[in-house]
Design a protein around this ligand. Structure first.
Ligand code: ADP
Ligand code: K
Ligand code: ZN
Length: 429
């Protein structure tokens, strides 16, 4: 199913033409921003220097830090009277940055969301509960207006009061939900405690943070849904940048709206398809806040195989941010690796916390994880055995010794938005 069939089925040559036309327009737009005037002058780039799509490599990258230095409105390319809304990033990795939208931007953005939802078979007959923060976070209003554009019945439930959320799903015959995978895990626990069936649910959209195939399986089983991965970031409008199709093997990234490169984060050079690197994006339809070669910090790769449903290369699910990586005693660890190990052990639950300390100059990692009462009966001797098992599996996967603490079900924090599962208590970090 297509939302905008013409643009979603462009032939490769037509797509390239459109991309180049839009790139030139974006470059012109960027010339209204002081930062870009300096950057382009410094690199000796004039509008005429960009003749092909490949010429984009002459332009230096833009980093999150650059946006921070332009706080709050330094990157706006239009007068304030043309700005009809601002949002901010969640600030996961530092001070939030501000993003602005013109009317055209809001229209383009909601169109992308409508495309994504239509791609997975969602229609105006669906009832949609949007269980994310409706404030400065782009996930709330972003999905809201995209879903309204389709004509779905939208329930702007936002976050919090999980029991009430479940009642609304039941009372309003909700078919489609959107939330973070962490919140979905919590929702499924509370529904189980309440003995609430969620029979009307069909489709779940999860995004805003990394999640794994094992999490998908768990959530699909517990909620009785088909789950799709949704990727986006505030600097690129918000959600809607890339989305899984019914194949659920990689995400379609919308090449008419985003020019994609994957680079080696260390030297900035392009990597081959099928090789992991940092996603760099030049948005092609942004008016209020054009960006050139924006380094997302997110790690993914372009997939070599195409898809039956749409043209253009897909990206694999985001495994994390290049700066999510923890370095513990010199060993690189991604929190997603820890999650993956724990989900593979039935006797422990899905909730965990990681603490990192420096004790006698040595990094120590402690993992608190809840016991799963369904698969664990609780004799003291069994407890010691289970703890050893978790330590061993983590050591095998991470090549790192950790301390594991088994805790009571329900005792670790639950998250309504993006989860914060790692607490680094090392001095100076
Ligand atoms: P912040 O960057 O401060 O968290 P945003 O709310 O704009 O603010 O979040 C965008 C970031 O969220 C992305 O750069 C990415 O790291 C993460 N993210 C969003 N969607 C996904 C997803 N489906 N999988 C993995 N990470 C995601
Ligand atoms: K409707
Ligand atoms: Zn597809």
């Amino acid at each position: 199913m297509f939302w905008d069939k013409k643009i979603e089925t462009l032939k490769p040559t037509e797509l390239k033409e459109l991309q180049l036309k839009r790139l030139k327009k974006t470059l012109n737009q960027a010339h209204n921003v002081g930062f870009y005037q300096n950057l382009l002058a410094g690199a000796g780039i004039k509008p005429a220097s960009i003749k092909t799509l490949e010429d984009i490599r002459k332009i230096p990258f833009t980093k999150k830090q650059d946006l921070r230095s332009g706080y709050p409105f330094g990157f706006f390319a239009v007068p304030m009277k043309k700005i009809v809304r601002i949002h901010t990033t969640s600030g996961t990795t530092g001070k939030p940055t501000v993003v602005g939208y013109t009317r055209n931007d809001l229209d383009a953005w909601s169109d992308l969301i409508a495309r994504n939802m239509t791609m997975v078979g969602i229609t105006e007959d669906d009832v949609f509960q949007n269980m994310v923060n409706y404030g400065m976070f782009t996930g709330g209003l972003g999905f809201h207006y995209g879903a309204e554009k389709i004509g779905m019945t939208v329930i702007p439930s936002a976050t919090g009061n999980t029991k009430r959320q479940i009642e609304m799903i039941q009372d309003f015959n909700v078919t489609t939900i959107h939330c973070t995978p962490s919140y979905a895990m919590h929702l499924s626990e509370v529904a189980e405690e309440m003995g609430a069936g969620l029979e009307t649910l069909k489709t779940a959209i999860f995004g805003a943070e990394p999640w794994s195939e094992s999490t998908r399986k768990t959530l699909e089983d517990r909620l009785g849904v088909t789950a799709y991965d949704s990727y986006g970031m505030s600097e690129l409008f918000g959600p809607g940048v890339a989305f899984e199709c019914p194949e659920r093997d990689g995400l379609h990234i919308w090449h008419d709206s985003y020019l994609v490169e994957i680079i080696d984060p260390l030297n900035g050079e392009p990597v081959a398809d099928g090789e992991r690197g940092e996603l760099v994006v030049t948005p092609l339809v942004k008016e209020a806040m054009p960006l050139l070669r924006y380094r997302t910090g997110d790690v993914t790769m372009l997939m070599e195989d195409g898809c039956l449903c749409r043209r253009g290369k897909k990206i694999t699910r985001i495994t994390g941010r290049s700066d999510d990586m923890l370095v513990i005693r010199g060993i690189n660890v991604f929190p997603s690796q820890i999650e993956h190990v724990l989900l593979g052990i039935p006797e422990v639950g899905n909730q965990f916390m990681v603490y990192i300390d420096r004790i006698n100059h040595l990094d120590e990692m402690t993992v608190d994880v809840e016991i799963n009462r369904e698969h664990f009966s609780g004799e003291l001797s069994d407890l010691a055995r289970l703890q050893k098992k978790v330590v061993k599996e983590l050591r095998d996967a991470l090549e790192l010794r950790t301390t594991v603490k088994l805790v009571e079900p329900g005792s670790l924090p639950r998250f309504e938005g993006k989860a914060k599962r790692v607490i680094d208590r090392r001095e100076g970090l």
